[in-house]
Design a protein around this ligand. Structure first.
Ligand SMILES: [Zn+2]
Length: 333
């Protein structure tokens, strides 16, 4: 009788333990909502990835090529159904989502397909920090928020500074807390055809997620930026702390190296990811890679997404789990 009782107690303790660790596993990880997926051509669907701790209502927007249209498309796809919006009778639902869900901006570089949505929404959504490397902020300051291209709504540059946005300079390799999100980020420079772009390692406790802005392969860029980045994240892969990567693949394999302009093809992306796997020194089978920044094609035939996915799958000897980003998609890593 007593041994049966002991077995019952043991069973329930184990069940509670399993439930607890399942809940714990659920609390970890990240949720990515694709507000804009493409790397050009399609206005209303340009690079913007909302990153939240899994289960959180609020997060940071990684690049901001599209903001309002992306929020509307994601809401139509029911990505925000479970969010508890604060009571705000003065705002429409889209307004309330934009004000509440996006707490801050991380900009990889200041090309239009990464900032146009932020510029467009800026007069009506003030007060959010903009984090970027100094080179990126100086382009924002001198060439965008400058009272010529757009009013200077930020807090430095051409006078009068209207002060609706605060620029936060990131130092490469140094962690900053992202206001209002529970997340922190470290910036690493990338080479993008002569322009400095940025990778962000975003962390929630010991969990991490890597986002890369536009980048070409090291060989074509005559750079070591990706090699250096892979060395930084390799220990996190070995420790199972890195949950996934968002990385670009702008063109298919028919694009010549001379015409890459600081971007990737499937062949180059596969080479770089193999280099990451070798640097980590562990298998990366089923490791999630969200493929971003595909440039839509205006020529007849298969859409760019289909060609790029087929070429990635055909050369995927390491077994990465490639997911092609689409506007309104919600991915959990
Ligand atoms: Zn771009």
């Amino acid at each position: 009788m007593r041994s049966m009782l002991r077995q019952i107690v043991l069973f329930f303790s184990l069940a509670i333990l399993v439930m607890f660790s399942a809940a714990n596993a659920l609390a970890r990880g990240f949720e990515i909502t694709v507000l804009g997926a493409h790397g050009g051509l399609e206005d209303g669907n340009l690079s913007a990835y909302l990153l939240r701790e899994q289960g959180a209502d609020v997060g940071v927007l990684l690049d901001a090529g599209t903001v309002m249209n992306g929020i509307m498309k994601a809401d139509e796809a029911h990505d925000f159904d479970r969010i508890a919006l604060p009571y705000d009778p003065a705002s429409s639902r889209v307004g309330a989502l934009i004000h509440h869900v996006i707490q801050s901006y991380l900009l990889s570089h200041a090309h239009l397909d990464h900032v146009a949505g932020l510029m467009a929404i800026s007069p009506d959504d003030p007060g959010k920090p903009i984090y970027a490397l100094p080179s990126v902020l100086s382009v924002m300051q001198d060439h965008l928020f400058n009272h010529r291209v757009w009013p200077n709504l930020a807090d430095r540059g051409v006078k009068p500074t209207l002060g609706l946005f605060h620029y936060h300079e990131l130092m490469p390799g140094h962690s900053v807390t992202l206001a209002g999100t529970g997340l922190s980020a470290v910036a690493y420079p990338l080479s993008h055809g002569g322009v400095e772009s940025t990778a962000f390692l975003v962390r929630s406790g010991s969990d991490a997620m890597l986002y890369l802005g536009d980048t070409g392969p090291d060989t074509v860029e005559h750079s070591h930026d990706l090699e250096a980045l892979w060395k930084e994240v390799a220990p996190l892969i070995r420790a199972h702390e890195l949950h996934g990567i968002i990385i670009e693949c702008s063109y298919d394999n028919s694009r010549s190296d001379k015409q890459l302009y600081g971007h990737m093809t499937p062949a180059w992306l596969l080479r770089e990811l193999t280099s990451l796997r070798m640097t980590a020194g562990v298998p990366m089978k089923d490791f999630p890679v969200l493929v971003s920044h595909i440039k839509p094609s205006l020529t007849a035939g298969l859409p760019a997404e289909a060609r790029i996915k087929a070429q990635l799958d055909a050369g995927n000897a390491d077994g990465f789990r490639f997911i092609i980003a689409r506007q309104g998609m919600n991915v959990v890593f």
